[in-house]
Design a protein around this ligand. Structure first.
Ligand SMILES: N[C@@H](CCC(=O)N[C@@H](CS)C(=O)NCC(=O)O)C(=O)O
Length: 201
């Protein structure tokens, strides 16, 4: 399988992380923002929605959307919950990540760390994203105060998915992680999973 991946992006990192945790090897094509490789991948039609990550399967099918790719790679592994109810809860967190968490937590990180986004990083926007991000992290904090993992009693795709942008929310996004001890404990548990790799790994 060939993964078209943006090295600095959490959406691509979550796929690389799951592949590492589950021992699945991927032929990786790195397409950083603004690179010739990204333009080439777009020109070749390798990215179904024009975005990264995309996973090309051995039969030529290409999958788009990070969380859909997680489901493809994760089904049948230890990260795929054993019951229908747990799987629905896992998907609930993964939809929440894309609709609520990523547009705030990831966007603030992008605004403060990518030079090409600097013009959009106005003080008002950064302040608004900070407040909204802290509210979203509080949702995770309340949930993780009573359980080790987002769903059931084991790590699932939901944890891999939400780890991707939460682990860098403090250092890269400027969110105050001291306010979220249960989230920090959960981040440490994900980082301790056998086979874990960092975003640079
Ligand atoms: N919802 C999509 C988001 C994909 C996305 O926005 N990818 C960005 C990087 S995080 C990208 O491809 N940017 C390059 C571009 O737009 O040219 C997913 O989860 O896969």
């Amino acid at each position: 399988m060939r993964l078209y991946s943006m090295p600095s992006s959490g959406n691509s990192y979550k796929v690389r992380l799951l592949a590492a945790l589950t021992g699945q090897s991927l032929d990786r094509v790195d397409c950083e923002y603004g690179s010739a490789a990204l333009q080439q991948a777009k020109d070749q039609g390798a990215l179904p929605f024009g975005k990264l990550p995309a996973l090309r399967l051995d039969d030529g099918t290409t999958l788009a959307e990070s969380n859909a790719i997680l489901c493809y790679l994760g089904e049948g592994t230890a990260y795929w919950p054993p019951s229908r109810t747990l799987r629905a809860q896992m998907l609930g967190w993964m939809f929440w990540e894309q609709y609520n968490h990523e547009p705030v937590i990831a966007v603030r990180q992008a605004l403060v760390s990518y030079p090409h986004r600097a013009a959009d990083a106005t003080p008002d926007r950064l302040a608004d994203l900070l407040d909204r991000g802290h509210a979203l992290l509080s949702v995770m904090e309340d949930h993780l105060a009573t359980q080790d993992w987002l769903v059931g009693d084991a790590a699932s795709l939901a944890d891999i998915c939400l780890y991707a942008y939460t682990h860098s929310a403090g250092a890269r996004g400027g969110f105050d992680m001291n306010r979220f001890p249960a989230v920090r404990g959960w981040l440490a548990r994900v980082a301790a999973l056998p086979g874990h790799v960092t975003i640079d790994g």
